[in-house]
Design a protein around this ligand. Structure first.
Ligand SMILES: Nc1ncnc2c1ncn2[C@@H]1O[C@H](COP(=O)(O)OP(=O)(O)O)[C@@H](O)[C@H]1O
Ligand SMILES: CC(=O)OP(=O)(O)O
Ligand SMILES: [Mg+2]
Length: 395
């Protein structure tokens, strides 16, 4: 079975999906899953197209780096054991940061990889793991082509104004600008929208990608015009463990008065804040919604408030608001978060139908809502498979 292997490698997880490509690229993967807990006790879980579920431990030891390598080895052994006639003809990777140059997927070779390693400091939670997976696949199956698909590429349609910081020109000229992320998700969702909201898909649309990382994108005619994430994936919305936008003066205060250095601040901004930091309980929205603790409530309230504030800002960037679309783990499943955000956005003409919202229906706007409101499940892996084949067809 000729297939494309899609890999989305995170700091402690390795998500994968296998898409058959004959007679044409399959809509759904034949097999998908993840190895979670890399760095501690990695576990593989997967499901196939027939609905069978698999779960097993990954035997590994050593450093986090070695565990990543062992996990990928394990995955390949497991894949060939489950599909004896498996024929992986290409690998497509999610690569979070593509910098200024990459506005489209790229065939990965040594010089491209070295170039992309330069962005590791800009996406410390993602980029090193993304690239490590590319090298590991190259070592295991050197004969297959690999394609990198960037989270930043979708936003390269934005005006220079939307990408600029108010910094001295010399610093901006070095590439210190707003890149934006979650582009694979926005691209996938934007392509579904005409079927869901009709011609409003060409108007002023806001997509809220609310997962572990969270951002929002304003689109016009299906193209990105503004987004909440900036130079790095820490700007904008409050996230699972990331602060989102923060007065830069807080960083200066922590450095000068508390003696924090770059490493401590990186941990604080990326790993100890957000839902986890504010609640002191968990980064997991499910846990917080199920909790009676006041701190859990406050974390969810701040999460929703920040989204509503950014909706106002992005509506200004888009010049209006015709549709609001939720996606990502939280956006797709947390009816309470959608309801809270909608309530705070009533002034913009947003009103949702509670029954449709509770049922996670595709359209959740109330009959009298001026704004179309939709829930569209994202599919970053499917988007990567498609990009990979398209890129290789023109190689
Ligand atoms: N049924 C649910 N109700 C509320 N939140 C959910 C539900 N399912 C998943 N989530 C939340 O979605 C988030 C993870 O989103 P996801 O898009 O899967 O993350 P990632 O960025 O790792 O791909 C977590 O906060 C999780 O709690
Ligand atoms: C860019 C980013 O934040 O990605 P994720 O949501 O996977 O953490
Ligand atoms: Mg995600």
């Amino acid at each position: 079975m000729k297939s494309v292997l899609v890999i989305n490698a995170g700091s402690s997880s390795l998500k994968f999906a296998l898409f058959p490509i004959e007679p044409e690229l399959a809509r759904n993967p034949a097999l998908s899953g993840q190895i979670e807990g890399i760095g501690a006790t990695p576990q593989l879980s997967a499901k196939d197209a027939d609905g069978n579920h698999y779960q097993e431990s990954v035997l590994t030891g050593g450093s986090q780096g070695e565990q990543h390598k062992d996990s990928l080895n394990h995955l390949f052994r497991w894949l060939s054991a489950h599909n004896p006639d498996l024929d992986v003809v290409a690998a497509g990777h999610r690569i979070v940061h593509g910098g200024e140059l990459h506005s489209a997927p790229v065939v990965l070779n040594e010089s491209v990889l070295r170039d992309l390693e330069g962005f590791i400091p800009l996406a410390p939670l993602h980029q090193p793991h993304n690239l490590r997976a590319v090298r590991a696949v190259a070592a295991l199956i050197p004969e297959i082509p690999q394609v990198g698909c960037f989270d930043t590429a979708f936003h390269r349609t934005q005006s220079p104004l939307a990408q600029a910081f108010a910094l001295p020109r010399a610093i901006s000229a070095e590439g210190v600008k707003r890149y934006g992320f979650h582009g694979l998700s926005y691209d996938y969702v934007a392509r579904q929208l005409p079927d869901v909201i009709g011609e409003r898909a060409n108007g002023a649309v806001l997509i809220a990608h609310l997962g572990n990382g969270a951002s929002m994108c304003a689109l016009r005619e299906g193209k990105s015009v503004a987004t909440t994430m900036g130079f790095t994936a820490v700007e904008g919305l409050m996230m699972g463990t990331r602060t989102g936008s923060l007065d830069p003066g807080v960083l200066l205060y922590l450095m000068e008065q508390k003696g924090m250095n770059a490493k401590t601040l990186t941990n604080l901004l990326y790993k100890e804040s957000g839902l986890l930091g504010v609640s002191g309980i968990s980064q997991d929205m499910r846990t917080l919604l199920a909790s009676d603790a006041r701190e859990a409530r406050e974390a969810v309230d701040l999460f929703c408030y920040r989204i509503a504030r950014e909706i106002g800002s992005l509506a200004a960037a888009a010049g209006g608001l015709d549709a609001l679309v939720f996606t990502g783990g939280i956006g797709e499943h947390a009816a309470q978060v959608r309801a809270q955000v909608a309530k705070l956005s009533a002034w913009l003409g947003v009103a949702i139908a509670p029954e449709a919202n509770d049922a996670h229906a595709l359209r959740i706007d109330a009959p009298d809502s001026r704004v179309a409101v939709a829930v569209v499940p994202t599919n970053e892996e499917g988007m990567i498979a498609r990009y990979t084949l398209e890129r290789l067809a023109h190689h």
